[in-house]
Design a protein around this ligand. Structure first.
Ligand code: HDE
Length: 680
């Protein structure tokens, strides 16, 4: 977004932006600083003096630069954007930002990993957080979701146990940002409500190619309430314009080393280039009267509503169009809370959601240092806010007047409350009755039907990836008893799957029986997703003396399809074709790696060290081939194909006189992976 076309939130943030460039250095008290290289000393070799207030202030501020990282979702990254409504949702909800088609609402989105610390790698196997703060005219509305539609547990009281189990083990603080260890799998096997989510976690969903290629889900069942007070159950979905795509596990692990910032860089660069990421917002709705019509409980967060049974209605579009100015001020200090709702959107009795309603403010009080975090620029509502809350650490606003209580006569009983008609939030009047009890509903007890539904919905390669992930993860578990418990649990999802896993991890064949579910939900498979070449990254491996006319024609076709190219050679500088085209090289075999590209275009050519060039080229081709990626060969690239392990077949495209190479290759790039390739 151009800084000139400001939305309301951006205008508000503008008041807080400070550009230090070209200014004079001062202390925080505004006193001009004359010396910033040497502290004040008694003699050039003498002790430093306490009266050096600039030194003391500078170092003290530095000492206090850190705030506690999030207990979970510590590793994350955000951007600004906007939401545009396609059609009025008036019939279903009175939420102001969902009334007028075309209405735009500013928002901030933060993606995150769950388990790792703030400095952990982006591409570890993990669930991704997908948290959106809408700055609506009726107050902030937060949709704090994940990239998986279900959760590990059914009741929030178990959340600390889940997180203690998945995070590094307390005695040796290992492993970082990984679930492949004893305590996590011990938790899973002893808390079988996790079965469905663990199937998703072992699938390709937890190693996304890009945040831009993930779905987002509100997970819980919420309630839409319209002007007449009529309510419906609702689940929220974000559908990515680029489709849902993933890395392969070997690649994800390598990317963690080659570029631990892989996903944040991907987001940052896309926005900088103007390739604004987009998602459509979808809602699934169930009538209140139909609450008990399904074979799952709508209040159970370990269950999804199959899209084939409850269709997703697409209602608008989110575009991320502006990077932050300062990661700490914005992304680190943003405070999401599922309890931030607006009139027209309400809660249900999902016990996982209910617990979250307590946790988020509590965590923000410690993380952001007290109750005034709503005044931090990124968290401020864009509409006015008034109440009788006062004081606390770092209070910014200066509330004028003697009255800070309700009811009063001295200020005419203001700030005054609003009725529902005047826009006041009135909680949905649900009738509840029951005994006070610590127990779970029987309708929450089926842990395997939807886990099997998910398995049934996977394509053959997706099933293989799930098996491989189990064998990797549980293979890292030292306790043989835990390994056995895991296969004894997952036999209830699929016997053959559990038997292959058992064989791979050295335990006895499981003897239990699998769930009887035969249904599948095609919407759950990534095989049925959208595939577009737009914004994918092709590495062009090139030296001097290439065929300029041929290569330039191909590259133009790539660029016209929205593909980004990296020119990779033995050194930075330029390479020249035999017909005198000149190309700038922006990466070398040392600075980049095949795992950082979606596809390769192998051109080849003359270089200073042909033997090394050839070995580097072979490495690139072999890796891309092994990771099922498209590889295109220019006529001059053919010898490198012959020197590599690559084989003719799916996704390996040659330049020939008969076919239009550029077009065929772009199609292959869009597909991203060729699972039917024989890589061995
Ligand atoms: Fe969270 N979660 N969570 N969570 N969660 C936090 O809040 C919690 C759950 C999610 O980018 C914390 O500000 C409990 C489900 C995201 O800043 C904390 C339970 C879903 C983010 C917390 C859950 C989420 C958080 C840590 C069990 C998907 C990052 C820092 C009921 C629907 C938001 C913070 C960001 C963050 C508690 C379960 C998503 C501790 C108790 C289910 C995306 O308050």
């Amino acid at each position: 977004m151009e800084k000139s076309s400001k939305n309301k939130k951006d205008e508000q943030l503008e008041m807080f932006r400070v550009n230090n460039k070209g200014t004079k250095m001062t202390t925080n008290q505004g006193v001009k600083v004359s010396e910033d290289e040497n502290s004040l000393k008694a003699g050039v070799r003498g002790p430093t003096l306490m009266e050096d207030f600039h030194f003391r202030e500078k170092v003290t501020h530095f000492d206090h630069e850190r705030i506690p990282e999030r207990v979970v979702h510590a590793r994350g990254y955000g951007a600004h954007g906007e939401f545009e409504l396609y059609e009025s949702m008036k019939e279903f909800t009175k939420a102001g930002f969902l009334q007028e088609p075309g209405k735009k609402t500013p928002l901030f989105l933060r993606f995150s990993n769950v388990a790792g610390s703030k400095g952990s790698a982006d591409t570890v196997r993990d669930v991704r957080g997908f948290a959106v703060k809408f700055y609506t005219e009726e107050g902030n509305y937060d949709l704090v979701g994940n990239n998986i539609p279900v959760f590990f547990i059914q009741d929030a009281i178990k959340f600390p146990d889940l997180i203690h189990a998945v995070q590094p083990e307390p005695h040796n603080e290992m492993p970082q940002a990984a679930s492949a260890h004893d305590t996590f799998w011990d938790f899973v096997a002893n808390n079988q409500e996790s079965a469905h989510m663990v199937m998703w976690q072992m699938s390709d969903r937890t190693i996304p190619r890009s945040w831009r290629m993930m779905e987002g889900f509100g997970v819980h069942t919420f309630r839409f309430v319209n002007e007449d007070g009529k309510a419906r159950f609702v689940k929220f979905h974000w559908k990515p314009a680029l489709g849902v795509h993933s890395l392969v596990w070997d690649e994800a692990q390598k990317v963690s080393g080659k570029d631990p910032d892989f996903q944040r860089r991907d987001l940052w660069e896309s926005i900088e280039k103007g390739n604004f990421p987009e998602w459509e917002l979808g809602v699934q709705m169930i009538e209140t009267e139909d609450e008990f019509m399904f074979d799952f409980d709508v209040l159970d967060a370990t269950k999804l509503w199959p899209e084939e049974i409850v269709p997703v209605k697409i209602i608008g579009k989110m575009t991320l169009n502006q990077n932050v100015d300062n990661v700490f001020a914005e992304t680190e200090q943003v405070a999401f809370h599922p309890g931030n709702v607006i009139p027209g959107i309400d809660f249900t009795n999902d016990p996982l959601l209910q617990g979250r309603l307590f946790s988020y403010i509590d965590t923000q009080l410690i993380r952001l240092g007290g109750p005034n975090f709503t005044e931090i620029p990124i968290n401020r509502a864009v509409c006015p806010f008034h109440n009788n809350q006062r004081n606390g650490y770092s209070r910014q606003r200066i509330d004028i007047g003697q009255v800070s209580y309700h009811k009063n006569s001295l200020a005419g009983n203001t700030p005054s409350t609003s009725t529902a008609k005047e826009g006041g939030f009135v909680h949905y009047e649900e009738k509840v009755e029951g005994r006070i009890i610590q127990a779970r509903s029987d309708s929450f007890k089926d842990h395997f039907s939807q886990a099997r539904l998910f398995w049934n919905s996977m394509s053959a390669p997706e099933k293989q990836h799930i098996i491989n992930a189990f064998i990797f993860e549980v293979g890292k578990v030292e306790s043989k008893s835990v390994r056995q418990q895991v296969v004894d649990m997952f036999v209830h999802v699929d016997k053959e799957m559990a038997t292959i896993i058992a064989d791979g991890i050295g335990v006895k064949k499981p003897t239990g029986t699998q769930s009887k579910v035969t249904a599948s939900s095609p919407a759950l498979s990534q095989e049925n997703t959208r595939s577009v070449p737009y914004s994918l990254k092709v590495g062009i491996l090139i030296g001097n003396g290439f065929n300029g006319a041929e290569v330039v024609k191909a590259v133009k076709t790539f660029i016209n399809a929205g593909i980004t190219v990296d020119i990779i050679s033995e050194k930075l500088g330029t390479v020249r074709s035999k017909d005198n085209f000149q190309v700038d090289v922006n990466e070398t075999f040392l600075t980049t790696d095949p795992v950082l590209h979606d596809a390769l275009y192998v051109v080849g050519g003359k270089v200073g060290n042909p033997a090394k060039f050839s070995s580097d080229m072979t490495y690139f081709i072999n890796e891309a081939f092994k990771h099922f990626k498209p590889i295109g060969f220019a006529t001059s690239g053919k010898p490198y194909f012959e020197a590599s392990n690559a084989k003719e077949g799916p996704g390996v495209v040659f330049t020939t006189s008969e076919s239009d190479f550029g077009k065929t290759f772009v199609k292959a790039v869009a597909k991203q992976r060729f699972w039917d390739r024989d890589i061995y």
